[in-house]
Design a binder for this molecule. Structure first.
Ligand code: WQD
Length: 345
């Protein structure tokens, strides 16, 4: 019998890639999504990749009664992966209450309903934003957390605390928080990927849209940082590598191989890449010269951060396999795919 995994936010960027990897690893995947920031058509593309059409329940996790009804119909769920959340850093500064309400209420409802039905395994989608600008690099799981620089980041910190406290209060609950560094790229099939609404906030979708001619030029936010080429440094990892880490985390929990009831893992490559290096990688894989201009620093940006992924390497037996160029190439292929598809519509 296949183990049934519930994926909240399963039609979103990381959720859809994780759903594909779970299906390919032999799990049954069922999805809850309110389609606020994603498209039901993603299910068709998951089907094209895997030959399996996961059940999609269009449901808002803030609607607890409806959530209870749905999970009550699926009491045999072995574990939950919780992706569903608002995720735009800038927007969260403008609409903090929306972010606190949505991201925290949905998590609390989920935990309460899981408890009600004695579903005990949870993987939580966390973020390297919980570290703020760390004093020492690379970042390990023991690096002290700094105060969050945005309401979004704060919902991830508070979310982790809520989950940790729940595992302390109830020894039946087991959870893993995965702290993602910067996921980029798309599935090699180019059938699923990131679909930013409007003008992208993140570097790689902005790069690929500029390369495609949708944006005039990329603005590089600052070249006067204390880094080798003056631009900010991040740890960009391929979204498929990231998705695979969720499968390993689920296997660890469902097989009872976890070493504590609450565990945290950094998911990154261990390599810091500057904005200028990311531009070079894009130019290399696309064969295009990118138009860009250096402008002032972006408020709230961290100068440099990259992961020490050795704990995940050792404990989960997971490491990233794709290079920056490979990940960038899939981002570019995806950009071309969605633009051609939009032209056909
Ligand atoms: C990367 C670098 C920018 C756009 C993201 C998520 C955040 C969190 C962590 C999940 C920075 C520079 C960007 C542009 C640029 N993820 N840049 N021009 O800031 O690390 O945050 O990862 O929780 O939610 O947003 O990623 O892609 O926005 O920026 O020069 O047009 O690219 O200054 O140095 P960031 P990003």
């Amino acid at each position: 019998m296949k183990k049934k995994i519930l994926i909240t936010g399963g039609t979103g960027y990381i959720g859809s890639h994780t759903t594909v990897e779970l299906i390919e690893a032999g799990f049954e995947a069922i999805i809850i999504d309110n389609l606020y920031n994603s498209d039901a058509d993603v299910i068709n593309n998951i089907f094209k990749i895997t030959g399996v059409r996961p059940h999609l329940e269009v449901l808002d996790l803030c609607d607890k009664e409806n959530l209870k009804r749905f999970i009550g119909q699926n009491k045999d769920i072995s574990a939950v992966i919780h992706f569903a959340a608002f995720k735009a850093v800038g927007e969260s500064v403008i609409k903090p209450l929306d972010y606190y309400r949505n991201n925290l209420l949905s998590l609390i409802n989920l935990l309460e309903v899981m408890k009600h039905f004695a579903i005990s395994n949870l993987v939580f989608s966390s973020s390297c934003t919980v570290y703020g600008q760390p004093e020492k690099l690379p970042v390990t799981e023991d690096t002290p957390l700094q105060p969050a620089t945005s309401p979004y980041g704060n919902t991830k910190q508070i979310g982790e605390t809520i989950i940790k406290d729940t595992t302390i209060s109830d020894i039946n609950v087991k959870a893993i928080s995965l702290r993602y560094f910067n996921p980029i790229g798309a599935h090699p099939s180019a059938l699923i990927g990131e679909l930013p609404r409007g003008i992208p906030e993140n570097l790689v979708p902005y790069l690929t849209q500029t390369g495609y001619g949708l944006r005039d030029e990329l603005k590089v936010f600052g070249n006067d940082y204390n880094t080798p080429d003056g631009s900010c440094i991040r740890d960009y990892l391929h979204v498929v590598d990231l998705a695979k880490a969720h499968v390993v985390a689920i296997e660890r929990l469902t097989a009872g191989r976890n070493k504590a009831n609450y565990e945290v893992f950094n998911l990154g490559t261990g390599r810091g890449v500057s904005v200028f290096e990311a531009i070079k990688s894009f130019e290399h894989v696309s064969g295009k010269k990118l138009k860009y201009k250096v402008v002032g620093r972006r408020a709230g940006d961290i100068e440099k951060i990259w992961a020490d992924p050795s704990f995940a390497n050792k404990e989960l037996g997971w490491k990233t396999l794709s290079s920056l160029d490979e990940a960038m190439k899939t981002a570019w292929d995806w950009e071309k795919f969605i633009r051609q598809k939009k032209q056909q519509l």
